[in-house]
Design a protein around this ligand. Structure first.
Ligand SMILES: Nc1ncnc2c1ncn2[C@@H]1O[C@H](COP(=O)(O)OP(=O)(O)OP(=O)(O)O)[C@@H](O)[C@H]1O
Ligand SMILES: [Mg+2]
Length: 249
């Protein structure tokens, strides 16, 4: 593989010193890939990508973005470094209009570039153009996720990282979000995605990792993982998984 866009090595991270939630996880994301992180509830998937994005303290290990060490870079610098993170919730300013949400997100661009870039986002997401004067809090769940993603993309990130973009959406909006991610990848953006909706995520992903108890336990081609017995055991619970406590994760 050519130099990965994202390389994470033996990441250990947690909310309190000495209480690791992420316990030595390693992944790679190559240019223009969609990589999915799956795993049971509480496996540490959100904590893992938050640690990558500078939102959870890292105890040890290394995070590199396009060859540059970004381990422990503060979250507010990540966008400038090229990593755009879309959290699961509270990913838009609900009282601001759609357009103002995009303006704020474009804050690190040169001011004269912002209007054209907003128009490009409207061209990509026509629903947002139609609702540009609406407060973001009044959008549908699917449109809100679209805005959250547009806010991330407006600055031309090297890597788009998303935490469960389909969570809480009705089936119609779930397909809309996954189609949107497929289109975004076609436009050349590299994507790292955490999803509960394993089937839909594996359908659009190139490769996936299964995270169990804070560690990457299995990796494979997305299209094959759905039928992989190891995944069934680790994740889908068809056979008893590793005990949650006392295990050697
Ligand atoms: N802010 C926090 N402070 C302390 N512990 C936390 C915090 N957030 C999460 N945790 C703990 O970290 C562990 C992993 O949680 P995390 O949310 O990363 O898992 P997850 O795999 O994303 O789960 P889910 O599938 O439910 O989203 C859990 O035990 C959780 O209680
Ligand atoms: Mg989570």
């Amino acid at each position: 593989m050519s130099e990965p866009v994202l390389s994470v090595r033996n990441l250990v991270a947690g909310y309190e010193p000495g209480v690791p939630i992420v316990r030595g996880a390693s992944i790679d994301v190559a240019e223009k890939e969609i990589v999915v992180v799956l795993g049971p509830n509480g496996a540490g998937k959100s904590s893992f990508i938050k640690a990558i994005a500078g939102l959870v303290p890292v105890e040890s290990g290394k995070v590199e973005l396009a060859g540059k060490d970004i381990t422990r870079a503060p979250a507010h610098n990540m966008v400038r470094l090229g990593l755009a993170f879309v959290p699961q919730t509270e990913n838009v300013f609900p009282l601001m209009s759609v357009e103002d949400n995009l303006k704020v997100a474009g804050g690190i661009l040169k001011p004269k570039e912002v209007p054209a870039r907003i128009e490009e986002m409207y061209a990509t997401f026509p629903d947002l153009a139609r609702h540009r004067r609406i407060a973001a809090g009044n959008l549908s769940g699917g449109q809100r996720q679209m805005l959250a993603v547009a806010r991330a993309l407006i600055v031309h990130p090297k890597l788009l990282v998303l935490d469960e973009p389909s969570a809480g959406l009705s089936p119609k909006f779930v397909s809309m979000v996954f189609e949107m991610l497929t289109d975004i990848r076609k436009s050349g953006v590299t994507i790292l995605l955490v999803e509960q909706n394993a089937k839909a995520a594996l359908a659009i992903g190139d490769r996936a990792y299964v995270l169990v108890e804070g560690k990457d336990r299995h990796e494979g081609v997305a299209s094959e993982l759905w039928n992989d017995p190891v995944v069934a055991e680790l994740y889908l619970g068809q056979r008893p998984a590793t005990p949650r406590t006392g295990g050697t994760a």
